[in-house]
Design a protein around this ligand. Structure first.
Ligand code: SIN
Ligand code: MN
Length: 281
């Protein structure tokens, strides 16, 4: 069931929505945030994008911004967003525990230049690179721009979060320990771990593919083991997608080997406390 809300108030999930999430691995809520709230997020992005922070990643052309990482560490607005009741209450309900921010990124998918994201599950990165014990983490994607069929929407295979899949590039954890990790291959179009064509063809045949689309302010909750990817953006429309990953405080990574930078994997495991629902405006 879809739930629409265009004024500033807390959205809490219904039992039916939580059931949908558990079955399909995703839940889409169009226009959860109002346009005033979206504007506040746009201002925060404009403030951040001009800063040459280590978490700012460029596309292959070395000019177009691909992503900003760790934005909650550098912006009060984004820090507050992580504690917005509509997101945080949903995270409590879905993960059944207190949570902290594991990762915060904005994927830009720029008009005429935003590159692809190969098919993958996120948990493989957090397991292999950080030692996250189990897939008890939740992605919350906020549409900063309208997402349509032209500007590279994310494709998902519903129900694929129940599959434990072997990724290209994945090697036994014992061989990874002690090796220096190249974190750049975790955020580029040449992704370190990805799923092969046969796996995707079989899963898509069984379960189909969905690509949630909608106005800015829409929110998509998705499981960290849900198979997803996206195509390059050759349209004239930007597709900025903000993704907060909440992790259960009972699922803190072991940080095996050399830890990745803090803008990719948070060291602050303090349980998040709710702010009021007007916090962005
Ligand atoms: C995308 O921004 O299109 C993909 C995001 C992801 O893989 O997390
Ligand atoms: Mn991903």
């Amino acid at each position: 069931m879809l739930y629409t809300n265009s004024i500033e108030k807390t959205v809490t999930l219904t039992a039916e929505q939580i059931k949908d999430y558990r079955e399909n691995g995703l839940l889409f809520i169009p226009e959860l945030f109002s346009q005033k709230e979206v504007e506040a997020m746009h201002v925060a992005v404009e403030d951040l994008i001009v800063k040459d922070t280590p978490g700012r990643i460029l596309e292959k052309d070395n000019t177009t911004v691909r992503a900003l990482h760790g934005c909650h560490l550098d912006s009060e607005t984004f820090n507050a967003l992580t504690r917005h009741p509509s997101l945080l209450t949903s995270a409590y309900e879905i993960l059944n525990s207190d949570v902290y921010v594991y990762q915060f990124k904005i994927n830009f998918k720029a008009a005429f230049g935003g590159d692809l994201w190969p098919w993958h599950q996120d948990f493989v990165f957090w397991d292999e690179e950080d030692g996250m014990p189990s897939p008890k983490a939740l992605n919350v994607a906020v549409f900063l721009d309208e997402c349509n069929e032209f500007n590279g929407p994310v494709y998902f295979i519903p129900g694929s979060h129940k599959e434990s899949l072997f990724h290209l590039g994945q090697i036994k954890s014992s061989e990874v320990n002690g090796q220096e990790k190249d974190w750049k291959s975790n955020v580029s179009a040449a992704l370190k771990y990805s799923l092969d064509k046969e796996t995707i063809a079989k899963l898509a045949d069984e379960k189909g593919i969905v690509a949630p689309k909608g106005p800015s302010g829409s929110v998509l909750f998705f499981h960290c083991n849900l198979v997803h990817g996206s195509a390059p953006n050759i349209s004239p429309y930007d597709r900025r997608l903000l993704i907060i990953t909440y992790n259960s405080i009972n699922n803190i990574p072991t940080f095996k080997g050399q830890p990745r930078p803090e803008f990719l994997v948070s060291r602050d495991h303090t349980p998040l406390k709710l702010l009021c629902d007007k916090v962005l405006i």
